[in-house]
Write a protein that binds this ligand. Structure first.
Ligand SMILES: [Zn+2]
Length: 354
């Protein structure tokens, strides 16, 4: 069968691999329909291996070359003898985190916090950029009829955004700054609106991405912090100039984090979700004097799927609007990875049609 595999940094290939055999008792074989290319897939290409391992993974035993794809939905092809949550023919969306159930976080099903955890499509034998994938039964969530196949493939990044908005403690009527308009920034803006946010500010330095943000969020205040005075704009557009209630930093750039500190109100919340891959210099005195809350945010709790799909099904969270192209699996490298890796490119989110 076909599979897109990560062989090493700057080496992602379209390969022919052996199809999976029969599922184990608690396993499900899924035929992916759509699979998203994620920023972390691009990070693997540019700077990896980050999550894939050369030696067998401590929990899953997987090693490179790694089949990619952790954002997907599909149809159940086969189920193991002990599977009760889904059946053959069901449409499912995949929650890709897994962890051993005999350690602290795994026992609590907080798979995303487990130091030994594995991820489908990054540190596990199978992935969504392939004709078939085996997952554990707990990784497969039934998709409601009013959620499309395309939406089902976007539940994973959408859950990342919903968790970040939870961490930012966004309440009805709050003003929120989204720092960095990549796919996760776009989903965070949608999730903040779904949570009831009022005024939304979006910062972005790439003019093409600012245009995309303008098209999807006509009511948002858009700022290019390299060319405009962000603190002044936020002051002028918040009640009594106090600043935004919360900021969600998706750019992973030090200056962007400090920009958030400059514009949240006193006792405001900042959530760092973008990957700050280099140490950052910050003014901790400002954090203290302004009574700030600064939090990290990683992935999502494993029980997020029903809630996120309910938001999508109800029309409050139109995740499909961030998709800028859908290309066949066979064109994954040329028309999927390459346009997203182009710094001057005009793509935001590309799905592979399997
Ligand atoms: Zn991802």
């Amino acid at each position: 069968m076909r599979a897109v595999r990560f062989h090493d940094r700057h080496d992602i290939r379209f390969d022919e691999v052996a199809a999976p055999g029969a599922p184990g008792p608690h396993e499900v074989v899924v035929k992916p329909s759509y699979c998203g290319i994620c920023g972390s897939d691009l990070h693997e290409y540019l700077d990896g291996p980050i999550l894939p391992t050369r030696e067998p993974h401590v929990f899953t035993g997987a090693k490179m070359p790694q089949i990619l794809g952790h954002e997907f939905g599909g149809t159940v092809e086969a189920v193991g003898s002990a599977v009760t949550n889904v059946k053959v023919g069901d449409r499912v969306s995949i929650q890709p985190q897994m962890a051993p159930d005999d350690e602290y976080y795994g026992r609590r099903k907080q798979y995303h916090l487990s130091p030994k955890g594995g991820v489908v499509g990054l540190s596990y034998q199978w992935g969504g950029m392939s004709d078939l994938a085996i997952v554990n039964d707990y990784n497969a969530f039934l998709v409601p009829d009013d959620v499309t196949d395309i939406q089902a493939s976007l539940v994973e990044p959408a859950a990342v955004a919903v968790h970040a908005v939870d961490r930012a403690d966004v309440k009805q009527g709050d003003s929120v700054l989204i720092s960095g308009y990549g796919p996760i920034g776009a989903l965070c803006a949608l999730a903040a609106k779904a949570a009831g946010a009022g005024q939304i500010f979006i910062t972005e330095t790439n003019p093409k991405r600012l245009d995309m943000a303008r098209a999807l969020f006509p009511d948002a205040i858009l700022v290019n912090p390299r060319e405009q005075d962000l603190p002044a704009i936020v002051r002028d557009n918040t009640e009594e100039g106090i600043g935004v209630h919360s900021a969600i930093e998706c750019a992973g750039v030090g200056a962007a984090l400090n920009g958030c500190v400059a514009v949240v109100r006193r006792q405001g919340t900042i959530v760092q979700i973008g990957l700050q891959t280099h140490p950052v210099s910050v003014d901790l005195l400002a954090w203290t004097f302004r009574d700030l809350i600064v939090r990290g945010s990683i992935c999502y709790p494993s029980d997020s799927w029903p809630r996120v799909m309910e938001l999508i099904a109800g029309g409050k969270f139109p995740v499909e609007k961030i998709v800028t192209d859908i290309v066949p699996l066979d064109d994954a490298i040329e028309r999927g990875f390459k346009p997203l890796l182009d710094p001057a490119g005009d793509q935001l989110k590309i799905l592979l049609k399997i």
